[in-house]
Design a protein around this ligand. Structure first.
Ligand code: GDP
Ligand code: IMO
Ligand code: MG
Length: 423
């Protein structure tokens, strides 16, 4: 029995969806613990590509139960669209999807405030899904939760109280349109019937399942460098994608978690604003973007690309407690004669001893690179570690040595079948 937290080790989009899909064959329950529909997790089965934003990627395995934990912020429209989409492709989710009664609801004013904040000079480059403003209300103790859908009077009271304040903010501070409270009340009263069957005390469910010997996989969204505390603040998301978030985001205590599994992309990408020391602005960066098809799965924005950063990844491994990991998109590097890996940063001619997550330092550091030979062979059909070219194995060993992380899964393509399990 294992209780594992799967985390993105970089700025998101490391290939978590694909790896959750592979690993969930060995788990009975897959649970999301933070974030919301800002996530875009892609799974490719045969030639069919599925992108999930809210529902855990484990839903594609018929015997897996999926949980949306209390730490997630749920946009009811996005949720119902995703349920409809899954049903339309023949995936039966009834009885297999549970949503925490304590999860917070994304409201129309959260999305509007998100887009208005993004019009200011300090914009973050968010996904526009209302994530920051929703967590804002959660921590200001003004949020509306899934359980409020079950109590009509409470729901109406809370929506009215919020709108009273939000409309003043919208009008006076943002000089924007205001929102029609009755329209929002009508819309949210309708969600009750459709979402009711999925609502559950998921903390009790998960703890009982673990006590009964069932294995649970926690599916992190985003990545460590987007963490509200340990990421490149303020260019982060508003939740805790790092492994610690799995406990507060589900109610499963740290003592019941047996391991943390990292997802490491063979190079680095980032969507949105913020520092990125190894970012490439040249032909190599364009090649990573093109060969890796690096476009956001949620917003379609091109992802910024750069060389692998071992210094950043060892910081991420420390914060998350990653020992074992999957390396993804290794096939994308097959076209390069030489591959660079950042092994440290210099600031004003001095090598830094620890990773700086304050942006003023991070914006000014100079990466220290080591150059490795490329393998220049198509590896996307290889299914055994021993069959990988020598240079590929050397690249993997180099990264393992410089990050302290061991690769148990090597992903060489988007499909389930393009996966090497390291014995
Ligand atoms: P996530 O947010 O971490 O789940 O990652 P995304 O789904 O946003 O982005 C990863 C992208 O890379 C998706 O389009 C996947 O289909 C694709 N992908 C995953 N693993 C591999 C791989 O090993 N090789 C290649 N070429 N593509 C991959
Ligand atoms: P997955 O789970 C990559 C980024 C946004 C922006 C910042 C804040 O697919 O890896 P937000 O909308 O969360 O307030 O935006 O975080 N971001 C992601 N980048 N992958 C994601 O999720 C992301 N979710 C948010 O681009 O820079
Ligand atoms: Mg993604």
């Amino acid at each position: 029995m294992s209780v594992t937290v799967l985390v993105g080790s970089q700025w998101g989009d490391e290939g978590k969806g694909k790896v959750v899909d592979i690993l969930s064959a060995r788990y009975k329950i897959v649970a999301r613990y933070q974030g919301g529909a800002n996530a875009g997790h892609t799974i490719k089965i045969g030639n069919e590509q599925i992108v999930l934003h809210l529902i855990p990627s484990g839903i594609l395995r018929p015997d897996v139960t999926c949980v949306i934990g209390n730490g997630v912020v749920v946009d009811p429209n996005a949720l119902l669209n995703e349920i409809e989409f899954l049903e339309s492709i023949g995936i039966d989710i009834r009885g297999r999807l549970l949503i925490s009664h304590n999860a917070h609801l994304i409201m129309p004013y959260h999305k509007l405030l998100d887009s208005l904040n993004e019009r200011t000079k300090d914009k973050i480059g968010t996904t526009g899904k209302g994530i920051g403003p929703c967590y804002n209300d959660k921590y200001a103790r003004k949020g509306i939760r899934i359980q409020d859908l079950l109590n009509k009077d409470e729901l109406v009271r809370k929506i009215r109280a919020n709108l009273e304040e939000k409309n003043i903010l919208l009008k006076k501070v943002y000089e924007s349109e205001t929102l029609d409270v009755d329209k929002i009340i009508d819309e949210y009263l309708e969600f009750d019937e459709r979402i009711d069957p999925y609502i559950k005390d998921t903390a009790t469910f998960l703890n009982k399942a673990i006590d009964g010997g069932q294995s649970v996989l926690f599916e992190g969204a985003q990545g460590a460098l987007l963490d509200i505390d340990f990421g490149t603040y303020p260019y982060v998301t508003s939740s805790s994608p790092t492994s610690g978030g799995a406990s507060t985001g589900t109610g499963v205590p740290p003592t019941k978690i047996s391991s943390v599994f990292g997802i490491v992309k063979a190079y680095i990408t980032r969507v949105g604003n913020g520092p990125f020391p190894t970012e490439l602005f040249n032909e190599e960066g364009r090649k990573l973007q093109e060969v890796g098809a690096e476009f956001g799965a949620t917003t379609g924005r091109p992802r910024r690309c750069g060389w692998f950063d071992a210094f950043l990844t060892s910081y991420s491994a420390m914060i998350n407690g990653i020992k074992d990991a999957a390396i993804t998109k290794l096939d994308v590097l097959s076209e390069f004669d030489e591959i660079k890996v950042c092994v440290g940063y210099e600031l004003n001619g001095k090598q830094l001893k620890t990773f700086p997550n304050d942006i003023s330092t991070l914006e000014n550091v100079v990466p220290i690179y080591e150059t490795l030979s490329g393998w220049k062979k198509d590896i996307s059909g290889i299914t055994e570690y021993d069959d990988l070219p020598l240079e590929t194995k050397e690249y993997l060993k180099f990264i393992e040595t410089h990050t302290g992380v061991n690769f148990k899964i090597i992903s060489v393509g988007a499909k389930r079948s393009q996966t090497i399990i390291v014995q």
